[in-house]
Design a protein around this ligand. Structure first.
Ligand code: ARG
Length: 277
């Protein structure tokens, strides 16, 4: 190869590597419309925002986020595909363009915002602690967790919060919230830190074994739930914000939240019935 050809090839390679297209293979709103399908990624272990139910023998992801995502798809006029994956990988999914957006009860956080765009906040919450009923006298205030075994979901703000707040504790990170709750029930960990609304849902389903630590909540500040999109897809973000704000302003958001809290509790009633049989 001639020297000039080599140089040319090297320049072409450099150009490809640096072009925004290869940095993120993300799809524009136009691409999504043309394809007829939008991809939402989530971690379906987070009732009432997203969890899996069996419908006619088929697993189906339901919840507040799934319903909001459907509204976004309807607004654009495309089908919705939901991808269930680990919470930890969600930011990368959007960054790499494998998913168009994420709806996963994801809290706004400035570090995440360095690499993806956040929508407006659609739900405000705090972080709570859940413990085994047997330990109710041992864990009453924050300091009681200083040298405890604390479970958190991998990649969440709770994982960071636990590490910062309890440097001497043993932090046990897991991929799925259901596994954290199981570990708590069997006494492998002392407590789990989760978003308060989700704590209430898990407690409602396991009231005879676990409970929240009354009066212990941590509020981080500007950390409400928001959806995320690729930095390059401002158009999609605008549609998402439009749908979220319409839903909040019309009062429908409160109805949707109520609906899925009820669906989750009716399901746990079903579970209880079926174990009694
Ligand atoms: N709100 C927390 C965070 O953003 C936890 C969200 C977990 N969501 C889920 N679908 N498992 O870090």
């Amino acid at each position: 190869m001639k020297k000039s050809t080599k140089l040319f090839m090297a320049l072409v390679a450099l150009f490809i590597a640096l072009s925004p297209l290869s940095i993120s293979a993300q799809r524009s709103l136009e691409d999504i419309k043309e394809d007829g399908k939008i991809i939402m990624a989530t971690s379906a272990d987070f009732p009432p925002f997203e969890w899996t139910i069996m419908e006619d023998g088929e697993p189906q992801i339901v919840g507040i986020d799934a319903e909001l995502a459907q509204k976004i798809a309807d607004k654009i006029g495309v089908e919705l595909e939901i991808q269930d994956t680990s919470f930890e990988s969600l930011v990368t999914q959007v960054q790499s363009g494998r998913a168009d957006f994420v709806a996963a009860g994801m809290s706004y956080n400035p570090e995440r915002e360095n690499v993806v765009n956040f929508s407006d906040i659609y739900y405000e919450t705090t972080t709570s602690f859940v413990i085994n009923n047997e330990n109710v006298d041992n864990f009453k205030v924050q300091e009681d967790f200083n040298s405890a075994k604390i479970g958190v979901q991998k990649g969440t703000i709770q994982e960071e919060l636990a590490k910062d707040t309890f440097p001497d504790a043993e932090i046990v990170s897991m991929n799925k919230n259901g596994d954290l709750v199981e570990a708590l029930k069997t006494g492998r960990i002392d407590g789990v830190m989760m978003d308060t609304i989700v704590v209430s849902e898990f407690v409602a389903q396991n009231e005879d074994i676990i409970q929240p630590v009354e009066g212990l909540e941590i509020k981080l500040g500007d950390d409400g739930f928001a959806m995320i999109t690729n930095k390059a897809n401002e158009d999609l973000l605008a549609v998402i914000n439009e749908v979220l704000n319409e839903t909040i302003e019309s009062g429908e958001m409160d109805e949707i939240i109520q609906k899925y809290i009820e669906l989750n509790s009716s399901q746990s009633a079903d579970d209880a019935e079926s174990t009694e049989e």
